[in-house]
Ligand binder design. Sequence first.
Ligand code: PA5
Length: 472
Amino acid sequence: MRYNKKELRLRVDFNNMMTKSVGHDGFTEKQMLAIADKIDDAYESVQAGRGKGMMGWTELPFNQDKVVADILETARYIRKKFEYFVVLGIGGSALGPIAAFQALKHLRFNELPKRQRKGPKFYVEDNVDPERMAALLDVIEPEKTMFNVVTKSGSTSETMAQYLIIRDILEKKLGKDASSHIIATTSKDSGNLIKIAAKENYKTFYIPNGVGGRFSELCPVGLLPAAVLGIDIKGMLGGARYVIDELSVGTNPRKNAPLMAAVLHYLGMKKGKNISVMMPYADSLKFMADWYCQLWGESLGKNRTLDGMPCNKGQTPVKALGVTDHHSQVQLYAEGPFDKIITFIAVEKYRSEVTIPNGCEEYPNVNFLCGHTMNELIQAERVATEFALTKAGKPNYTIILPELNAFTLGELIMYFELQTAYTGALMGIDTFNQPGVEEGKNATYALLGRPGYEEKKKEIESAPPKISRYIV
Ligand code: PA5
């Protein structure tokens, strides 16, 4: 499909971040100028790092022709042959597929009749709550299901536990044919899943070495589920490519929106703004906020600088939904502490238009709504909240998507990934590791008796015993 880049260009309105709009808690040109060298360095280090080390994700829009062809062929087969498609994965192996599903498919997709869905029902299982697994098994028929096991490390407890449960069920029902119901997406040369996949003859897609979980939506982790859903994955990659090639070029933040966002968040952290609220005004982007929370939190929450100095840095991401959270969180954003930067996402053209009908003429305080569309209502509420927060002196900015489609979703993904990389570079931390997550993973392995984790088990057991008077 062809997309008109100019018409679909993502724009960001930073006005309400500046003191001119928001008053003393905002930011000034002078403050930005004072760190001009740092900004140059951050931009240059991200550019120089492209495609190297853990920055393989910058090149995904350019280097996947062969794998995209394989994904599209596999997806065509799955769409024809299977009634259900289930992703088994967690963290970066799940949040992207969930976000893309919600963003680009019908909001009640699984409830639609098959002729409208035109493909399998879709589930992403990103927890090990036993009730959830039991519930999944109540609604799918394993013999009509393709399972996509996604884990870069090939050993994450949650994903491997799910896989073992599913494999057992499939083998009992289908015997040798079980293998044709599992696709593995994992590292080519490390971990256990790749070995299991080779032994069991699973169709396999690879997660490139330089692509970490939270940066993996544009590799087979996200592209295969998206293609199974009939999403235009070439369009997604095209949107991402557009951001890299044209929207994030040069050290001038006024011409490079992800860099500008990074600079303002960085300056914000310096002023004690340690919370980043992500608030899309579209149900379809609700889970993009979840995806952003992982990207921002796991990438920037670090206790060492790149040169090894202790620090405790990061900005806590919070997800909110416009307008639902007007009636929940916005009171706090407006009148609570000056510790947040609020990002709105606006969609100019929704995929549906719903008119509020007439019929309440005798009640002017209700009648004012009649004849408007819900589209006008949600836009008015967004503008009103932006106004109220700005009036309250709370820095906020708006990412504007002309509409939501595969291309603009690709733009948004790459926009946030670059913003994160620039921010990490400004902060002088390793944006791409996650030692805090690994510690928890290792402790789980130890508690459940994984060989090689005996020392960790001893360390856990040597923790001071719980004191009963504090258990109330
Ligand atoms: O971003 C990350 O690296 C993590 O959140 C991982 O995606 C998550 O821990 C799952 O890891 P894996 O894909 O190895 O199962």
